[in-house]
Ligand binder design. Structure first.
Ligand code: XUL
Length: 530
Protein backbone atom coordinates (compact mmCIF):
# COMPACT_ATOMS: atom_id res chain seq x y z
CA UNK A 1 0.00 0.00 0.00
CA UNK A 2 1.60 3.34 -1.01
CA UNK A 3 2.71 5.37 2.01
CA UNK A 4 3.29 9.15 2.36
CA UNK A 5 5.05 10.83 5.26
CA UNK A 6 4.16 14.33 6.51
CA UNK A 7 6.24 16.09 9.16
CA UNK A 8 5.48 19.20 11.19
CA UNK A 9 8.22 20.98 13.14
CA UNK A 10 6.11 23.31 15.29
CA UNK A 11 7.13 25.57 18.17
CA UNK A 12 7.02 22.88 20.86
CA UNK A 13 7.28 19.55 19.07
CA UNK A 14 7.98 17.58 15.92
CA UNK A 15 5.14 15.39 14.68
CA UNK A 16 5.12 12.91 11.82
CA UNK A 17 2.12 11.22 10.24
CA UNK A 18 2.24 8.41 7.68
CA UNK A 19 -0.84 7.93 5.54
CA UNK A 20 -1.66 4.84 3.50
CA UNK A 21 -3.59 5.38 0.28
CA UNK A 22 -5.02 2.93 -2.22
CA UNK A 23 -8.10 3.73 -4.26
CA UNK A 24 -10.80 4.53 -1.76
CA UNK A 25 -8.96 3.04 1.23
CA UNK A 26 -7.27 5.78 3.16
CA UNK A 27 -5.95 5.75 6.70
CA UNK A 28 -3.39 7.15 9.09
CA UNK A 29 -0.89 4.30 9.47
CA UNK A 30 1.56 5.82 11.97
CA UNK A 31 1.75 8.97 14.08
CA UNK A 32 4.39 10.11 16.57
CA UNK A 33 5.22 13.38 18.31
CA UNK A 34 8.49 14.34 19.98
CA UNK A 35 8.34 17.11 22.56
CA UNK A 36 11.27 19.54 22.46
CA UNK A 37 11.36 20.39 26.19
CA UNK A 38 10.84 16.83 27.41
CA UNK A 39 12.58 14.67 24.79
CA UNK A 40 15.51 17.03 24.07
CA UNK A 41 16.02 18.57 27.50
CA UNK A 42 19.75 19.20 26.96
CA UNK A 43 18.86 22.25 24.81
CA UNK A 44 17.06 23.89 27.75
CA UNK A 45 14.01 25.15 25.82
CA UNK A 46 10.86 26.21 27.64
CA UNK A 47 7.76 25.57 25.54
CA UNK A 48 10.18 25.26 22.61
CA UNK A 49 11.91 28.62 23.19
CA UNK A 50 15.44 29.25 24.50
CA UNK A 51 15.46 31.41 27.64
CA UNK A 52 16.38 35.11 27.16
CA UNK A 53 16.57 37.99 29.60
CA UNK A 54 14.82 40.26 27.07
CA UNK A 55 11.14 39.22 26.84
CA UNK A 56 10.94 40.53 23.28
CA UNK A 57 13.55 38.06 22.01
CA UNK A 58 12.51 34.50 21.10
CA UNK A 59 14.90 32.03 19.51
CA UNK A 60 15.28 28.29 19.20
CA UNK A 61 17.99 25.91 18.01
CA UNK A 62 18.29 24.58 14.43
CA UNK A 63 20.42 21.73 15.81
CA UNK A 64 17.52 20.70 18.05
CA UNK A 65 15.17 20.58 15.05
CA UNK A 66 17.68 18.48 13.11
CA UNK A 67 18.08 16.06 16.01
CA UNK A 68 14.31 15.75 16.30
CA UNK A 69 14.05 14.96 12.59
CA UNK A 70 16.71 12.28 12.92
CA UNK A 71 15.07 10.76 16.00
CA UNK A 72 11.65 10.72 14.34
CA UNK A 73 13.06 8.82 11.35
CA UNK A 74 14.66 6.31 13.75
CA UNK A 75 11.27 5.78 15.43
CA UNK A 76 9.59 5.40 12.05
CA UNK A 77 12.14 2.79 10.97
CA UNK A 78 12.13 0.77 14.18
CA UNK A 79 8.66 1.20 15.69
CA UNK A 80 6.09 1.77 12.96
CA UNK A 81 5.93 -1.86 11.79
CA UNK A 82 5.23 -0.51 8.28
CA UNK A 83 6.69 -1.83 5.05
CA UNK A 84 8.66 1.35 4.37
CA UNK A 85 9.74 0.19 0.91
CA UNK A 86 6.26 1.49 0.03
CA UNK A 87 7.14 5.05 1.05
CA UNK A 88 6.53 7.11 -2.09
CA UNK A 89 6.65 10.71 -0.92
CA UNK A 90 7.65 12.95 1.98
CA UNK A 91 6.78 16.55 2.70
CA UNK A 92 6.71 18.79 5.70
CA UNK A 93 5.67 21.95 7.45
CA UNK A 94 7.28 24.10 10.10
CA UNK A 95 6.51 27.04 12.33
CA UNK A 96 6.50 30.06 10.03
CA UNK A 97 8.84 33.07 9.86
CA UNK A 98 11.80 31.55 11.78
CA UNK A 99 15.17 31.73 10.02
CA UNK A 100 18.33 29.60 9.92
CA UNK A 101 21.69 31.13 8.92
CA UNK A 102 24.21 28.87 7.18
CA UNK A 103 27.79 29.34 5.99
CA UNK A 104 29.42 28.08 2.79
CA UNK A 105 30.20 24.66 4.27
CA UNK A 106 26.48 23.80 4.40
CA UNK A 107 25.98 22.74 0.77
CA UNK A 108 28.91 20.26 0.64
CA UNK A 109 28.00 18.95 4.11
CA UNK A 110 24.34 18.34 3.13
CA UNK A 111 25.60 16.36 0.13
CA UNK A 112 28.01 14.21 2.11
CA UNK A 113 26.20 13.34 5.32
CA UNK A 114 27.69 10.15 6.73
CA UNK A 115 24.98 7.60 7.45
CA UNK A 116 27.16 5.98 10.15
CA UNK A 117 27.04 9.16 12.30
CA UNK A 118 24.05 10.93 13.86
CA UNK A 119 22.95 14.09 12.03
CA UNK A 120 23.65 16.55 14.87
CA UNK A 121 27.32 15.68 15.07
CA UNK A 122 27.66 16.63 11.41
CA UNK A 123 25.84 19.94 11.17
CA UNK A 124 27.04 22.12 14.04
CA UNK A 125 29.79 23.68 11.89
CA UNK A 126 27.45 24.76 9.10
CA UNK A 127 25.64 27.45 11.11
CA UNK A 128 26.83 31.05 10.77
CA UNK A 129 24.47 31.93 13.62
CA UNK A 130 23.92 29.45 16.44
CA UNK A 131 20.30 30.27 17.19
CA UNK A 132 17.25 30.91 15.02
CA UNK A 133 14.84 33.78 15.69
CA UNK A 134 11.30 32.37 15.69
CA UNK A 135 7.77 33.70 15.20
CA UNK A 136 7.39 34.73 18.85
CA UNK A 137 10.21 37.28 18.57
CA UNK A 138 8.97 40.86 18.84
CA UNK A 139 12.31 42.68 18.98
CA UNK A 140 12.38 44.25 15.50
CA UNK A 141 10.08 47.28 15.79
CA UNK A 142 12.87 49.63 14.61
CA UNK A 143 13.64 47.42 11.59
CA UNK A 144 9.92 47.21 10.70
CA UNK A 145 9.70 51.01 10.74
CA UNK A 146 12.79 51.37 8.53
CA UNK A 147 11.57 48.78 6.00
CA UNK A 148 8.08 50.33 5.91
CA UNK A 149 9.57 53.75 5.24
CA UNK A 150 11.89 52.45 2.50
CA UNK A 151 9.11 50.73 0.53
CA UNK A 152 6.71 53.70 0.69
CA UNK A 153 4.49 52.90 3.66
CA UNK A 154 2.61 50.07 5.37
CA UNK A 155 -0.17 49.86 2.77
CA UNK A 156 2.35 49.63 -0.10
CA UNK A 157 4.27 46.84 1.65
CA UNK A 158 1.03 44.96 2.39
CA UNK A 159 -0.09 45.27 -1.26
CA UNK A 160 3.28 43.96 -2.42
CA UNK A 161 3.99 41.18 0.08
CA UNK A 162 0.56 40.40 1.62
CA UNK A 163 1.41 41.85 5.05
CA UNK A 164 2.54 45.09 6.64
CA UNK A 165 5.98 44.85 8.29
CA UNK A 166 5.67 42.46 11.23
CA UNK A 167 8.23 42.01 13.98
CA UNK A 168 8.28 38.23 13.66
CA UNK A 169 8.56 38.13 9.86
CA UNK A 170 11.87 36.99 8.40
CA UNK A 171 12.79 40.22 6.56
CA UNK A 172 12.85 42.44 9.67
CA UNK A 173 14.70 39.66 11.52
CA UNK A 174 17.34 39.50 8.77
CA UNK A 175 17.72 43.28 8.83
CA UNK A 176 18.29 43.24 12.59
CA UNK A 177 20.91 40.50 12.26
CA UNK A 178 22.73 42.31 9.43
CA UNK A 179 22.75 45.54 11.50
CA UNK A 180 23.78 44.01 14.80
CA UNK A 181 26.23 41.37 13.60
CA UNK A 182 27.59 42.49 10.22
CA UNK A 183 30.40 39.92 10.27
CA UNK A 184 27.95 37.09 11.04
CA UNK A 185 25.79 38.31 8.17
CA UNK A 186 28.83 38.50 5.88
CA UNK A 187 29.65 34.87 6.77
CA UNK A 188 26.09 33.82 5.93
CA UNK A 189 25.83 32.13 2.58
CA UNK A 190 22.18 31.00 2.77
CA UNK A 191 19.22 32.01 4.94
CA UNK A 192 16.59 29.29 5.22
CA UNK A 193 13.15 29.23 6.70
CA UNK A 194 12.69 26.47 9.28
CA UNK A 195 10.78 24.56 6.59
CA UNK A 196 13.42 24.81 3.85
CA UNK A 197 16.23 24.07 6.35
CA UNK A 198 14.67 20.73 7.28
CA UNK A 199 13.85 19.98 3.64
CA UNK A 200 17.54 20.60 2.83
CA UNK A 201 18.56 17.98 5.38
CA UNK A 202 16.23 15.49 3.69
CA UNK A 203 17.35 16.04 0.09
CA UNK A 204 21.06 16.59 0.81
CA UNK A 205 21.19 20.01 -0.90
CA UNK A 206 19.90 23.55 -0.35
CA UNK A 207 16.13 23.33 -0.75
CA UNK A 208 13.95 26.04 -2.31
CA UNK A 209 11.00 27.70 -0.54
CA UNK A 210 7.44 27.92 -1.85
CA UNK A 211 4.93 30.79 -1.83
CA UNK A 212 3.05 29.67 1.31
CA UNK A 213 5.98 30.07 3.67
CA UNK A 214 7.90 32.66 1.60
CA UNK A 215 4.94 35.05 2.03
CA UNK A 216 5.77 35.19 5.75
CA UNK A 217 9.00 37.09 5.12
CA UNK A 218 7.91 40.59 3.94
CA UNK A 219 10.23 39.88 1.00
CA UNK A 220 8.15 38.21 -1.73
CA UNK A 221 6.02 39.85 -4.39
CA UNK A 222 2.90 37.84 -3.56
CA UNK A 223 1.18 38.12 -6.94
CA UNK A 224 4.35 37.42 -8.97
CA UNK A 225 5.64 34.80 -6.52
CA UNK A 226 9.21 36.04 -6.77
CA UNK A 227 11.54 38.04 -4.54
CA UNK A 228 10.54 41.73 -4.55
CA UNK A 229 13.56 43.86 -5.42
CA UNK A 230 12.40 46.91 -3.42
CA UNK A 231 11.77 44.81 -0.28
CA UNK A 232 15.16 43.07 -0.60
CA UNK A 233 16.92 46.43 -0.86
CA UNK A 234 15.00 47.75 2.16
CA UNK A 235 16.09 44.75 4.23
CA UNK A 236 19.80 43.95 3.93
CA UNK A 237 22.70 44.29 1.48
CA UNK A 238 23.28 41.59 -1.09
CA UNK A 239 20.32 39.59 0.15
CA UNK A 240 18.98 37.86 -2.96
CA UNK A 241 21.98 35.57 -3.39
CA UNK A 242 21.53 34.44 0.21
CA UNK A 243 17.88 33.42 -0.24
CA UNK A 244 16.56 30.10 -1.59
CA UNK A 245 14.76 29.99 -4.94
CA UNK A 246 10.96 30.13 -4.88
CA UNK A 247 9.23 27.17 -6.57
CA UNK A 248 5.54 26.22 -6.91
CA UNK A 249 4.23 24.48 -3.78
CA UNK A 250 3.63 21.15 -5.45
CA UNK A 251 7.23 20.83 -6.72
CA UNK A 252 9.23 17.70 -6.12
CA UNK A 253 12.50 19.24 -4.91
CA UNK A 254 14.59 16.07 -4.67
CA UNK A 255 14.70 12.58 -3.23
CA UNK A 256 15.52 11.36 0.28
CA UNK A 257 19.32 11.54 0.32
CA UNK A 258 21.74 8.67 0.85
CA UNK A 259 21.93 9.46 4.60
CA UNK A 260 18.26 8.51 5.17
CA UNK A 261 18.31 5.65 2.68
CA UNK A 262 21.35 3.98 4.27
CA UNK A 263 20.77 4.88 7.91
CA UNK A 264 17.07 3.99 8.13
CA UNK A 265 16.71 1.73 5.06
CA UNK A 266 14.19 4.07 3.48
CA UNK A 267 13.61 4.20 -0.28
CA UNK A 268 14.78 7.31 -2.19
CA UNK A 269 11.23 8.71 -1.98
CA UNK A 270 10.24 11.99 -3.65
CA UNK A 271 10.43 15.03 -1.38
CA UNK A 272 7.81 17.72 -2.05
CA UNK A 273 8.64 21.35 -1.11
CA UNK A 274 8.01 22.03 2.57
CA UNK A 275 5.68 24.86 3.61
CA UNK A 276 4.61 26.73 6.75
CA UNK A 277 2.44 25.08 9.38
CA UNK A 278 -0.56 27.27 8.56
CA UNK A 279 -0.59 26.69 4.77
CA UNK A 280 -0.12 23.00 5.50
CA UNK A 281 -3.03 23.01 7.96
CA UNK A 282 -5.22 24.59 5.28
CA UNK A 283 -4.90 21.30 3.38
CA UNK A 284 -4.96 19.18 6.55
CA UNK A 285 -8.39 20.55 7.54
CA UNK A 286 -9.68 20.15 3.98
CA UNK A 287 -10.12 23.83 3.07
CA UNK A 288 -9.24 23.38 -0.61
CA UNK A 289 -11.95 25.80 -1.81
CA UNK A 290 -13.16 29.18 -0.49
CA UNK A 291 -16.25 29.57 1.72
CA UNK A 292 -15.29 28.16 5.11
CA UNK A 293 -12.70 29.09 7.71
CA UNK A 294 -10.59 27.11 10.15
CA UNK A 295 -9.50 27.98 13.66
CA UNK A 296 -6.35 26.26 14.84
CA UNK A 297 -5.81 26.19 18.61
CA UNK A 298 -2.09 25.48 18.96
CA UNK A 299 0.84 27.32 20.52
CA UNK A 300 -0.50 30.21 18.46
CA UNK A 301 -4.20 30.41 17.70
CA UNK A 302 -4.79 31.13 14.03
CA UNK A 303 -7.87 31.82 11.94
CA UNK A 304 -7.53 31.17 8.23
CA UNK A 305 -9.28 30.35 4.99
CA UNK A 306 -8.56 29.89 1.29
CA UNK A 307 -9.14 32.95 -0.92
CA UNK A 308 -8.76 33.37 -4.67
CA UNK A 309 -7.32 36.90 -4.67
CA UNK A 310 -4.33 38.34 -2.80
CA UNK A 311 -6.17 41.33 -1.27
CA UNK A 312 -4.53 42.41 1.99
CA UNK A 313 -6.37 43.26 5.22
CA UNK A 314 -6.97 47.03 5.30
CA UNK A 315 -6.72 47.05 9.12
CA UNK A 316 -3.16 45.67 8.92
CA UNK A 317 -3.81 42.83 11.41
CA UNK A 318 -4.14 39.99 8.92
CA UNK A 319 -1.86 38.40 6.34
CA UNK A 320 -2.21 36.89 2.90
CA UNK A 321 0.06 33.93 2.14
CA UNK A 322 0.27 31.62 -0.85
CA UNK A 323 -1.88 28.49 -0.50
CA UNK A 324 -0.48 25.06 -1.44
CA UNK A 325 -3.27 24.75 -4.06
CA UNK A 326 -1.82 27.71 -6.00
CA UNK A 327 -4.50 30.06 -4.56
CA UNK A 328 -4.02 32.31 -1.54
CA UNK A 329 -4.83 32.05 2.14
CA UNK A 330 -5.93 34.78 4.51
CA UNK A 331 -4.71 34.42 8.10
CA UNK A 332 -4.85 36.16 11.46
CA UNK A 333 -2.45 35.02 14.20
CA UNK A 334 -2.83 35.33 17.98
CA UNK A 335 0.23 34.71 20.13
CA UNK A 336 -1.73 34.15 23.35
CA UNK A 337 -3.00 30.70 22.38
CA UNK A 338 -1.92 27.58 24.27
CA UNK A 339 0.48 29.52 26.51
CA UNK A 340 -2.37 31.69 27.84
CA UNK A 341 -4.62 28.67 28.43
CA UNK A 342 -1.75 26.91 30.23
CA UNK A 343 -1.00 29.95 32.40
CA UNK A 344 -4.60 30.02 33.67
CA UNK A 345 -4.64 26.25 34.16
CA UNK A 346 -1.38 26.36 36.15
CA UNK A 347 -2.24 29.50 38.16
CA UNK A 348 -5.21 27.62 39.63
CA UNK A 349 -3.49 24.24 39.99
CA UNK A 350 -5.78 22.55 37.47
CA UNK A 351 -5.33 19.75 34.94
CA UNK A 352 -7.15 19.86 31.59
CA UNK A 353 -10.06 17.81 32.92
CA UNK A 354 -10.53 20.26 35.80
CA UNK A 355 -10.18 23.20 33.42
CA UNK A 356 -12.92 21.82 31.14
CA UNK A 357 -15.17 21.05 34.08
CA UNK A 358 -14.98 24.67 35.29
CA UNK A 359 -15.67 25.87 31.75
CA UNK A 360 -18.78 23.71 31.60
CA UNK A 361 -19.90 24.81 35.09
CA UNK A 362 -19.78 28.56 34.38
CA UNK A 363 -22.44 30.52 32.48
CA UNK A 364 -21.85 31.89 28.94
CA UNK A 365 -20.98 35.57 29.26
CA UNK A 366 -19.32 35.00 32.67
CA UNK A 367 -21.67 37.49 34.34
CA UNK A 368 -20.07 40.28 32.28
CA UNK A 369 -16.50 39.58 33.52
CA UNK A 370 -13.88 40.25 30.85
CA UNK A 371 -10.19 39.40 30.52
CA UNK A 372 -7.71 40.74 27.97
CA UNK A 373 -5.54 37.59 27.86
CA UNK A 374 -2.16 39.13 27.07
CA UNK A 375 0.00 36.78 29.16
CA UNK A 376 2.77 37.19 26.55
CA UNK A 377 3.14 40.06 24.04
CA UNK A 378 0.27 39.86 21.55
CA UNK A 379 0.39 39.95 17.76
CA UNK A 380 -3.34 40.65 17.15
CA UNK A 381 -3.97 43.35 18.18
CA UNK A 382 -0.32 44.45 18.52
CA UNK A 383 0.54 44.54 22.25
CA UNK A 384 4.32 44.79 22.66
CA UNK A 385 4.36 44.57 26.47
CA UNK A 386 2.62 41.62 28.10
CA UNK A 387 0.00 42.37 30.74
CA UNK A 388 -3.32 40.68 31.55
CA UNK A 389 -6.24 43.05 32.16
CA UNK A 390 -9.41 42.09 34.03
CA UNK A 391 -12.77 43.85 34.44
CA UNK A 392 -15.26 42.55 37.00
CA UNK A 393 -13.01 39.53 37.43
CA UNK A 394 -11.18 38.47 40.59
CA UNK A 395 -7.77 37.04 39.59
CA UNK A 396 -8.16 34.37 42.31
CA UNK A 397 -11.49 33.04 41.00
CA UNK A 398 -10.45 29.88 39.11
CA UNK A 399 -13.78 29.18 37.42
CA UNK A 400 -14.35 32.73 36.21
CA UNK A 401 -10.76 33.04 34.93
CA UNK A 402 -11.02 29.76 33.00
CA UNK A 403 -14.16 30.99 31.26
CA UNK A 404 -12.74 34.48 30.79
CA UNK A 405 -9.60 33.32 28.97
CA UNK A 406 -11.53 31.08 26.55
CA UNK A 407 -14.23 33.67 25.90
CA UNK A 408 -11.56 36.35 25.34
CA UNK A 409 -9.69 34.18 22.84
CA UNK A 410 -12.85 33.34 20.91
CA UNK A 411 -14.11 36.93 20.92
CA UNK A 412 -10.71 38.12 19.65
CA UNK A 413 -10.86 35.62 16.76
CA UNK A 414 -14.36 36.84 15.88
CA UNK A 415 -13.51 40.55 16.12
CA UNK A 416 -10.21 40.47 14.23
CA UNK A 417 -11.10 37.93 11.54
CA UNK A 418 -14.03 39.90 10.15
CA UNK A 419 -12.10 40.73 6.94
CA UNK A 420 -11.82 37.02 6.03
CA UNK A 421 -15.15 37.03 4.28
CA UNK A 422 -18.89 37.38 4.51
CA UNK A 423 -20.69 36.00 7.54
CA UNK A 424 -19.00 32.83 8.70
CA UNK A 425 -21.40 29.91 9.17
CA UNK A 426 -19.00 26.95 9.38
CA UNK A 427 -15.66 26.61 11.16
CA UNK A 428 -13.23 23.67 10.96
CA UNK A 429 -11.53 23.34 14.34
CA UNK A 430 -8.05 21.89 14.71
CA UNK A 431 -5.02 21.94 17.02
CA UNK A 432 -4.53 20.38 20.45
CA UNK A 433 -7.23 22.36 22.27
CA UNK A 434 -9.78 21.54 19.57
CA UNK A 435 -10.12 18.14 21.27
CA UNK A 436 -11.95 19.98 24.03
CA UNK A 437 -15.70 20.15 23.33
CA UNK A 438 -16.36 22.75 26.01
CA UNK A 439 -13.97 25.12 24.23
CA UNK A 440 -15.58 24.35 20.86
CA UNK A 441 -19.02 25.17 22.28
CA UNK A 442 -17.76 28.65 23.21
CA UNK A 443 -16.31 28.95 19.67
CA UNK A 444 -19.70 28.03 18.14
CA UNK A 445 -21.62 30.43 20.40
CA UNK A 446 -19.27 33.40 19.99
CA UNK A 447 -19.11 33.03 16.17
CA UNK A 448 -22.76 31.94 15.83
CA UNK A 449 -21.45 29.21 13.51
CA UNK A 450 -21.41 25.42 13.26
CA UNK A 451 -18.03 24.09 14.48
CA UNK A 452 -16.68 20.92 12.85
CA UNK A 453 -14.12 18.98 14.90
CA UNK A 454 -11.73 16.95 12.76
CA UNK A 455 -10.60 13.40 13.49
CA UNK A 456 -6.89 14.27 13.10
CA UNK A 457 -5.96 17.21 15.31
CA UNK A 458 -2.39 17.39 13.92
CA UNK A 459 -3.59 19.11 10.77
CA UNK A 460 -0.20 20.55 9.74
CA UNK A 461 1.44 17.11 9.70
CA UNK A 462 -1.60 15.57 7.99
CA UNK A 463 -1.57 18.39 5.42
CA UNK A 464 2.11 17.64 4.76
CA UNK A 465 1.37 13.95 4.15
CA UNK A 466 -1.48 14.90 1.80
CA UNK A 467 0.81 17.33 -0.06
CA UNK A 468 3.39 14.54 -0.40
CA UNK A 469 0.66 12.35 -1.96
CA UNK A 470 -0.46 15.15 -4.30
CA UNK A 471 3.07 16.11 -5.37
CA UNK A 472 4.01 12.49 -6.03
CA UNK A 473 0.95 12.00 -8.25
CA UNK A 474 1.51 15.23 -10.18
CA UNK A 475 5.21 14.44 -10.66
CA UNK A 476 4.23 11.20 -12.36
CA UNK A 477 1.99 13.09 -14.77
CA UNK A 478 -1.29 12.07 -13.14
CA UNK A 479 -3.97 14.71 -12.66
CA UNK A 480 -5.59 14.61 -9.24
CA UNK A 481 -7.91 17.27 -7.83
CA UNK A 482 -7.37 18.60 -4.32
CA UNK A 483 -10.84 17.31 -3.38
CA UNK A 484 -9.66 13.80 -4.31
CA UNK A 485 -6.44 14.26 -2.35
CA UNK A 486 -8.13 15.16 0.94
CA UNK A 487 -11.14 12.82 0.59
CA UNK A 488 -11.43 10.33 3.43
CA UNK A 489 -8.94 12.13 5.69
CA UNK A 490 -10.64 15.39 6.56
CA UNK A 491 -14.27 14.35 6.95
CA UNK A 492 -15.40 16.31 9.98
CA UNK A 493 -17.52 14.83 12.74
CA UNK A 494 -21.10 16.18 13.14
CA UNK A 495 -20.93 19.88 14.02
CA UNK A 496 -21.26 21.51 17.40
CA UNK A 497 -24.20 23.89 16.98
CA UNK A 498 -24.42 27.37 18.47
CA UNK A 499 -26.93 27.75 21.31
CA UNK A 500 -29.21 30.71 20.35
CA UNK A 501 -29.42 31.90 23.98
CA UNK A 502 -25.63 32.11 24.28
CA UNK A 503 -25.32 33.75 20.86
CA UNK A 504 -27.41 36.68 22.14
CA UNK A 505 -25.21 36.97 25.24
CA UNK A 506 -22.02 37.06 23.16
CA UNK A 507 -23.41 39.60 20.67
CA UNK A 508 -23.50 42.10 23.54
CA UNK A 509 -20.27 40.93 25.19
CA UNK A 510 -18.31 41.16 21.91
CA UNK A 511 -19.16 44.87 21.65
CA UNK A 512 -17.98 45.41 25.21
CA UNK A 513 -14.84 43.39 24.64
CA UNK A 514 -13.96 45.33 21.47
CA UNK A 515 -14.51 48.65 23.29
CA UNK A 516 -12.39 47.56 26.27
CA UNK A 517 -9.63 46.34 23.98
CA UNK A 518 -9.64 49.62 21.99
CA UNK A 519 -9.64 51.69 25.19
CA UNK A 520 -6.72 49.72 26.65
CA UNK A 521 -4.67 50.03 23.46
CA UNK A 522 -5.33 53.79 23.25
CA UNK A 523 -4.27 54.18 26.88
CA UNK A 524 -1.05 52.23 26.21
CA UNK A 525 -0.30 54.42 23.17
CA UNK A 526 -0.81 57.60 25.23
CA UNK A 527 1.47 56.25 27.94
CA UNK A 528 4.17 55.31 25.40
CA UNK A 529 3.99 58.79 23.79
CA UNK A 530 4.68 60.55 27.11
C1 XUL B 1 1.66 32.66 11.74
C2 XUL B 1 2.50 32.47 12.95
C3 XUL B 1 2.33 31.24 13.77
C4 XUL B 1 3.44 30.25 13.54
C5 XUL B 1 3.32 29.18 14.61
O1 XUL B 1 1.86 33.88 11.13
O2 XUL B 1 3.33 33.27 13.29
O3 XUL B 1 1.08 30.64 13.54
O4 XUL B 1 3.41 29.74 12.24
O5 XUL B 1 3.82 27.99 14.32
Amino acid sequence: MPLYLGLDCSTQSLTGIVIAVTGSERRVAFQRSLDFDRDFSRYGTRSGVLPHADPLIATSSPVLWAEALDRFMAALATESGLDLTELRGVSGAAQQHGSVYLNTSAAPRFAQLDSAQPLVAQIEGILSRADAPIWMDASTAAQCAAITHAVGGAAALARLTGSRACERFTGPQIRKYAEQDPSGYAATDRIHLVSSFLASLLIGAHAPVEPGDAAGMNLMDLAARQWAEIALRATAPDLERRLPDIVPSQSVIGRLSRYWVERYRLPAARVVAWTGDNPSSLIGVGLVAPGRIAISLGTSDTVFGLVREPSPDASGAGHVFGAPTGDYMALVCFQNGALARERVRDAHGLDWAGFSQLLRDTPPGNGGAIMLPWFVPEITPPVPVAGVRRVGLDARDAAANVRAVIEAQMMATAIHAGWLGERITAIHATGGAAQNRAILQVMADVHDADVYPLAVSESAALGAALRAFHGDEVDQGRHISWEEVVAGFVTPAPPIKPDPRSVVVYEALKTQYAAYEAHTLAQARRFAAR
